[in-house]
Design a protein around this ligand. Structure first.
Ligand code: SF4
Ligand code: FES
Length: 334
């Protein structure tokens, strides 16, 4: 007997190990059917279940119990069952619900992309473009906060935080003596360093990399440049603390930023230490490997916003065309 379970997502079948979540099963298939994830982070234990961007419809529960699940479920938190059938982009209900989730996330997120350091590599920007509605119904003022320095190299601009909790998992799982977290609940919830303590652990800089928006930024890079004017290059060094495998971001001859390398889901491949990130900004510190393969999420990626190609199944189905109309229109050029 096979020790794998079979799940079908948007009509594509895949066999995965028991206990795999729908999201990770979709990632094994890859492509457009993979639900977006703003809070789940495969390298951070316990992450997920906060943002609801990964909602999907389970139209058949399993071979044994084929009843559909009554509500849309978070794919990052729902494990697959043998014979399960899932709809993501082939469900008008999911497409509509996701627009609502984007609208909800943007309720408290300023549209200050022109002045935000994260512009061009912001997961929320991509999410809004690919899954959001063209207009918001929200008319009230967004909540605002003063910028806070957490540690000498990281700045928190809480206005932009979507409370995905990823940075708190980094603090918990990668650093000792955690001193920052989410305080308050509901619209009072905010990321805070308790009693204004600085986050100065060797791995604290990874919070910047896991933050999907521009809430946590690198003070050594802030306002130095727009990301699309930089040239990313993979490099490594013999580091006693971390793997030393990084991406160097060049402007001309100058290394203006060092980050961990990221995969196609915008997740860090290996966490790096603060020495590599903040203190090694000369080419001579590094062994250059070659240009970084530009990922899906970056505007450096040539014509990323034109490559959204809905699955053929959508293009042939009236209902789905209607549900995805806004997305279609965004990909068409005049
Ligand atoms: S600061 Fe960034 S990583 Fe931390 S909870 Fe907010 S959005 Fe998430
Ligand atoms: S990615 Fe699943 S709830 Fe956020």
């Amino acid at each position: 007997m096979s020790d794998k379970v079979k799940v079908t997502i948007d009509g594509i079948a895949v066999e995965v190990a028991p206990g795999t979540t729908i999201l990770n099963a979709a990632r094994q298939i890859g492509g457009d059917i993979v639900p977006p994830a703003m809070c789940y982070y495969s390298k951070l234990e316990g992450s997920g279940g906060k943002c609801r961007t990964c909602l999907v419809k389970v139209s058949k529960g399993s071979e044994k119990d084929p009843r559909p699940m009554p509500k849309l479920v978070a794919s990052c938190r729902t494990t697959v069952m043998d014979g399960m059938e899932v709809e993501n982009i082939t469900s008008p209900e999911v497409v509509e619900a996701r627009k609502g989730v984007v609208e909800m996330l943007l309720i408290n997120h300023p549209l200050d992309c022109p002045v935000c350091d994260q512009a061009g590599e912001c997961s929320l920007q991509d999410l809004g473009f690919e899954h959001g509605a063209a207009q918001t119904r929200y008319e009230f003022d967004r909540r605002t906060f003063e910028r806070i320095d957490i540690g000498d190299k990281i700045q928190l601009h809480m206005n932009r935080c979507i409370l995905c909790y990823r940075c708190t998992y980094v603090a918990d799982q990668l650093t000792d003596g955690r001193c920052h977290g989410v305080i308050g609940r509901g619209d009072h919830a905010e990321i805070s360093t308790y009693i204004e303590k600085a986050v100065d652990n060797d791995y604290s800089g990874n919070m910047i990399d896991v933050c999907p928006v521009g809430a946590l930024t690198d003070k050594t890079f802030r306002f130095k440049n727009r990301v699309w004017f930089t040239k990313p290059v993979d490099a490594h060094r013999d580091c006693p603390t971390c793997s030393g495998k990084v991406t160097l971001w060049y402007k001309g001859e100058e290394v203006i930023r060092v980050t961990a390398r990221k995969d196609q889901y915008n997740e860090v491949e290996e966490f790096i230490c603060n020495t590599c990130r903040f203190d090694k900004k000369s080419t001579s510190d590094w062994v250059i490997e070659g240009p970084t393969a530009i990922r899906h999420d970056s505007v450096i990626s040539s014509n990323h916003y034109e490559t959204l190609k809905p699955l053929p199944v959508i293009q042939k189905n009236e209902k789905l065309i209607e549900a995805n109309l806004e997305q279609f229109q965004k990909t068409q050029k005049d």
